[in-house]
Write a protein that binds this ligand. Structure first.
Ligand code: C2E
Ligand code: MG
Ligand code: MG
Ligand code: MG
Length: 283
């Protein structure tokens, strides 16, 4: 009986496994075709200066509108893109599209609008990243200081490779932001040795800043750390006015979150700017 049950269990397990595997395979098949089918789009979320309410930068967040699967969130396909290596062509598309957008938005004000793009660990460590970014900056003739890259602590684990890549990126004139700060292998050592410009406090700390003493303490400490080292500090995931007040009082420069705006398509950003719904103030 035990043997039978074991077998049944095994079969159940195998069926489940097969379903999971074929689901991933089908997602991968679709993902492989997505670039050629032009199914990706970048959305933009404003980064608000918490002290003045001004906006001069946006984070670009990829969206996949699959003709066969509908909207697939980046949380579901970026990890798969990383595992399959598809992150490289997809990431190159993001770099090109964001630089084109920077070019287009240089019509606003004298100095243009800054865009931050996300670079995942595999993409960060692939040998042609620096060259690709350099080419895109040249192609669209943009001011490199308008491009920012966001990398997570996961990309920084191999310090032997990380340091020269970051140095070359800085030499291009772009800025570097540490995303989801505090959730990875945070090390004061890399903060000390790498040329970092921005710390982004992870939204898991910001979420409970009003009802958890620990999250409040961690958030305040990250802000102080960033301020004393001369980094800009950006808080992610702001959904309530009280969080803004807390962050402002703690001297956090910038914030991002649904309270201000969800990520929106480029045309909607322009509409907001033209209707003066967004206080776009350029440095
Ligand atoms: P992330 O870079 O940490 O981006 C922040 C995520 O939080 C975004 O989710 C954003 O829509 C969401 N968010 C913003 N404000 C709020 C808020 O107030 N409340 C809540 N609950 N969420 C908020 P999204 O767009 O689904 O992206 C998820 C992750 O996927 C990103 O995390 C990033 O790691 C990755 N990702 C997105 N776009 C790209 C891309 O172009 N390339 C790469 N490599 N990764 C990307
Ligand atoms: Mg990000
Ligand atoms: Mg983040
Ligand atoms: Mg994240």
């Amino acid at each position: 009986r035990v043997k039978e049950r074991g077998k049944a269990h095994y079969q159940f397990y195998r069926t489940e496994m097969n379903a999971a595997v074929s689901q991933i395979l089908s997602l991968e098949t679709h993902l492989r075709k997505a670039l050629a089918r032009d199914e990706f789009i970048l959305y933009y979320q404003p980064q608000v200066d918490l002290q003045t309410g001004n906006i001069n930068s946006f984070e670009a967040l990829i969206r996949w509108n699959s003709k066969d699967l509908g909207m697939v969130s980046p949380g579901d396909f970026i990890p798969l893109a990383e595992d399959t290596g598809l992150i490289v062509p997809i990431g190159n598309w993001v770099i090109d599209t964001a630089c084109k957008q920077i070019k287009e938005w240089s019509k606003f004000g004298n100095n243009g609008v800054k865009i931050a793009i996300n670079i995942s660990p595999k993409q960060f460590l692939q040998p042609k990243l620096v060259e690709t970014i350099k080419e895109a900056i040249k192609k669209y003739k943009i001011n490199p200081s308008l491009l920012q890259i966001e990398i997570t602590e996961g990309a920084m684990q191999d310090t032997k490779e990380t340091s020269p890549i970051l140095k070359s990126l800085k030499e291009l004139g772009i800025t570097i932001s540490i995303d989801d700060f505090g959730t990875g292998y945070s090390s004061l050592n890399y903060i000390k040795q790498f040329p970092i410009d921005v710390l982004k406090i992870d939204q898991s700390f910001v979420r409970d800043v009003m009802n958890s003493d620990k999250d409040a303490a961690i958030t305040t400490t990250i802000i102080h750390l960033g301020n004393s080292l001369g980094f800009e500090v950006v808080a992610e995931g702001i959904e309530e006015k009280e969080q803004v007040n807390f962050l402002k009082a703690a001297n956090c420069q910038k914030g991002q979150g649904f309270l201000f705006s969800r990520p929106i398509p480029a045309q909607d950003v322009e509409r907001l700017i033209f209707n003066n719904k967004v206080r776009l103030v350029l440095e």
